[in-house]
Design a protein around this ligand. Structure first.
Ligand code: FE2
Ligand code: FE2
Length: 228
């Protein structure tokens, strides 16, 4: 029987450093940031920092799942394909919505898309804690859960921190495009908020790189198909 990881003990989840505890820690932080954003007044300057912390965590967390965890789940679990397709669709929808929020200047639309993205993030957390992660608990012993946790965390620390809806959700396409984009995201993050033109320039370079990488990926796939 599948048991949600939501209320299991540290020992039951593989001990400190286990993938499942790292996941639960990030999910609790995402929940806290969404609540803090909702509670903050629109004129409160801390709201912008809360938003930045939320987007950094939501995208780096999801990228590392798509790169490390879901391919592993598809290998280990018979219904892994269906389970991971569902959460990848949720990740894609969050990417689409938050990319629109970043581009739009209309406060009403931004508010509406933000609420929808928050709803999807909460759904994603439930799907993972109640269905996907318990499957990994069943398939991996404690030592492996800690090892996968360390790899997942290392990828998360180097992952993109902004929405990139055009990046594929599965390897190798996501890693080919996502890893270089992470450098551009981190450059944008390092620029002062007031330096809007420099941030736009960095974004434009990132988008150009993404288009070039996507084209390269398509060419390689076409070449492989011809060879195969
Ligand atoms: Fe997660
Ligand atoms: Fe997720």
């Amino acid at each position: 029987m599948t048991v949600s990881i939501a209320r299991q003990s540290v020992a039951d989840l593989g001990g400190p450093g286990s993938l499942l505890l790292r996941q639960r820690r990030d999910h609790a932080e995402l929940d806290r940031l969404m609540n803090a954003y909702r509670a903050a007044d629109a004129r409160d300057t801390r709201r912008e920092q809360i938003w930045r912390d939320f987007t950094h965590l939501v995208f780096s967390h999801a990228f590392a799942e798509e790169t490390v965890l879901w391919p592993l789940l598809r290998r280990l679990v018979p219904d892994g394909e269906g389970l991971t397709t569902q959460v990848e669709e949720e990740h894609q929808a969050v990417n689409d919505l938050l990319a629109r929020v970043e581009r739009s200047a209309d406060d009403t639309e931004r508010q509406e898309w933000t609420e929808e993205a928050f709803r999807l993030v909460r759904q994603d957390i439930r799907d993972e804690e109640d269905a996907l992660l318990p499957r990994l608990r069943d398939a991996l012993d404690d030592r492996r859960l800690r090892r996968v946790g360390a790899v997942w965390e290392a990828v998360r620390r180097a992952a993109p921190t902004h929405p990139h809806p055009a990046v594929p959700r599965r390897p190798p396409g996501n890693a080919l495009a996502g890893v270089p984009l992470s450098a551009f995201d981190r450059l944008r993050d390092a620029l002062p908020t007031a330096d809007a033109s420099a941030r736009r320039a960095a974004t434009a370079v990132g988008v150009a790189l993404l288009v070039a990488l996507a084209a390269g990926h398509r060419i390689r796939r076409a070449a492989n198909r011809r060879r195969g």
